[in-house]
Design a protein around this ligand. Structure first.
Ligand code: FAD
Length: 551
């Protein structure tokens, strides 16, 4: 039997993992990786941290090079080689050696496209001014570092408040720059719901980052050594350096020109075996559209985990195995100074956008570990689930410690089709410094399960102020005095049993405390006395985040 020849376009996350897996499955195949850049298998995710000096040496970003691929895996890597066309009929790609300018062709039996996604650079006035950078490659950050050092930069404007923008903002602050983040939406961290993104914004501001929301960029102008970022509202933000982090667009030029199917979201359309509509061509990574595991919609999720898994699945299928991609749920985490922001599955905005109704949500603010052990930190957690059967749809969490652990547990539950009843019962690690005998994940499940069983119904913050229900604040009088919902009456939990006669039985009672726990106790107490009580999830703290996100 002749050797199979596998050609892979793009040698970073998806491409490199596909190449290495192909070798592990087929010792005889000829495997060629082509990348137009100077490096393969580099750590894009580490780029912002090299700008900030956290990762000091650039060489640490290089995970593997051509020599390692050759010596360890017998894989031929050609960097500085751009694939400019695919001849599907001849099973050949056309290549350009960027150093010599020579063009030539390379045949393939199986072709894998993992060309990634390009940083968006909208055609705005002044976009090509020196000092405006995107963050995608090692040469990009070399230029950013050179600009910071060469200009002795003191200020920066980061356009885009997503995870790359915020990682860059943090790292520029580490370099001593004063930073402004300009974001078109009314929130930072677009994957989160606005009320969950609010503490992230507050944290950025606490660290001196200026956050300008709800204002798109209109153009750029030179102001001496500085660049002025002009927004649609007429505001101007000047910086010695500008970072553009407004999203990525799948690299589909090659695929389009070759007549491969492109989906409605603009990515290469693939099956669950990462096959394109050409039986000899696979595609993986940021360039492809895949199914959202929760909403079932086609989606683009530019993350390293899915790219690596897809590369592996394409390799399995090319080598004759029946592997299948389960779809993406967008599990992600981002560090923002000492805060971690993580999410998995659908956000409430996404559910609404997809027209999915029949879901419920809970908020909670537990500590990462028991309060009596020093150093406990709160976690703001939101859980979304189907009200018909409790199936988990998504979760978001923000906090200083162990946020990723909770979201990872919930992400795994989502993958297995888990419900809030599974979270309630999940057996998780506990010792005082690590968690609690009732872990935050258990609590999230319990609150949701209590709602679905009818034990502790929840009122909806979106309906506050209510038309007819009475708002009852069950916190202590000093907490009530420090701020409360308009129209609320104060019935501290500890006085409740003695004051039942003062509460009406002909209307609903919507209870709240600081974070939801006393509200829950009060709900159970009142319901057993025949009152129509509901708890407002996550208490006054959640209300404050919701209110702040609306301003
Ligand atoms: P890439 O890794 O982008 O590789 C594509 C390669 O294809 C490139 O080297 C390119 O030069 C090459 N190429 C393209 N076209 C051609 C052509 N025609 N011919 C030859 N070569 C070509 N994800 C996370 O999950 N967590 C994170 O913390 C995280 N942080 C990130 C931080 C930054 C700054 C960036 C930029 C990305 C980050 N990501 C993160 C996203 C993650 O890096 C990507 O999802 C992942 O690298 C995508 O893999 P890929 O193989 O599809 O594309």
């Amino acid at each position: 039997m002749s050797r199979k020849k596998i050609v892979i376009v793009g040698g970073v996350a998806g491409g490199a993992s596909c190449a290495a897996r192909c070798r592990r499955l087929d010792e005889t195949a000829e495997i060629v990786v082509l990348d137009r850049g100077p490096y393969v298998s580099f750590a894009n995710c580490g780029l912002p941290y090299h700008v900030g000096g956290v990762i000091r040496e650039e060489s640490k970003l290089l995970i593997a090079d051509a020599a390692l691929f050759r010596d360890r895996f017998n894989i031929e890597v050609r960097t500085g080689h751009e694939v400019v066309a695919i001849d599907r009929a001849a099973h050949e790609v056309e290549l350009k050696d960027l150093s010599s300018g020579r063009s030539y062709r390379e045949s393939y039996d199986a072709l894998v496209l993992s060309p990634g996604a390009a940083a968006v650079r909208p055609p705005l006035p002044g976009i090509d001014l020196p000092g405006i950078f995107v963050v995608r490659t090692i040469p990009d950050i070399r230029q950013i570092r050179a600009r910071i050092d060469g200009q002795a930069a003191k200020s920066a404007v980061v356009v885009g408040g997503g995870f790359i923008g915020l990682e860059m903002a943090e790292n520029l602050v580490h370099r001593g720059l004063s930073v402004t983040v300009v974001e078109m939406l009314n929130q930072v961290m677009p994957p989160l719901d606005p009320e969950m993104a609010r503490p992230v914004q507050e944290h950025l501001e606490k660290h001196g980052v200026k956050v300008a929301l709800g204002d798109g960029v209109a153009g750029f102008e030179s102001r001496g050594a500085k660049i002025s970022v002009k927004t649609k509202s007429g505001a101007e933000h000047a910086g010695d350096i500008v970072i553009l982090a407004i999203g990525v667009r799948p690299e589909t030029a090659l695929a389009k020109a070759a007549g491969l199917e492109i989906g409605a979201r603009g990515g290469i359309r693939v099956t669950d075996q990462m096959r394109t509509n050409d039986p000899a061509i696979w595609a993986v990574g940021d360039a492809v559209e895949v199914r959202d595991a929760v909403t079932g919609e086609w989606t683009l999720i530019p993350l390293a985990g899915p790219a690596n898994r897809q590369g592996r699945i394409a390799a399995d299928v090319i080598c004759g195995r029946d592997a299948r991609f389960r779809g993406v749920q967008g599990t992600a985490v981002c560090g923002v100074f000492d805060l971690a922001v993580a999410s998995t599955g659908a956000s409430e905005k996404n559910l609404r956008r997809a027209g999915i109704t029949g879901y419920e949500k809970v908020y909670l603010h537990p500590a990462n570990h028991v309060g009596y052990y020093p150093g406990a930190k709160p976690i703001n957690l939101k859980l979304l689930f189907r009200n018909s059967d409790g199936r988990i749809l998504g979760a978001q969490a923000v906090g200083e410690a162990d946020v990723d652990k909770r979201i990872d547990v919930i992400a795994t539950a989502i993958q297995f089709g888990g419900t809030v009843f599974d979270l309630e019962e999940a057996e998780l690690c506990y010792a005082p410094q690590f968690g609690a005998a009732k872990d935050p994940v258990n609590y999230a499940g319990m609150i949701a399960a209590n709602l679905l069983r009818g034990d502790a119904p929840l009122a909806d913050w979106d309906q506050v102020p209510p038309d007819s229900a009475m708002l009852v604040d069950v916190r202590d009088p000093d907490e009530f005095g420090g701020g409360h919902l308009p129209g609320a009456v104060n019935f501290p939990l500890n006085e409740l049993r003695a004051r039942l006669g003062e509460l009406p039985r002909d209307r609903e009672l919507w209870l709240y405390c600081r974070v939801g726990q006393r509200g829950y106790y009060a709900t159970r107490l009142l319901r057993q006395h025949g009152f129509r009580a509901k708890n407002l999830p996550g208490g006054f703290l959640t209300h404050q985040f919701i209110e702040a996100s609306r301003t």
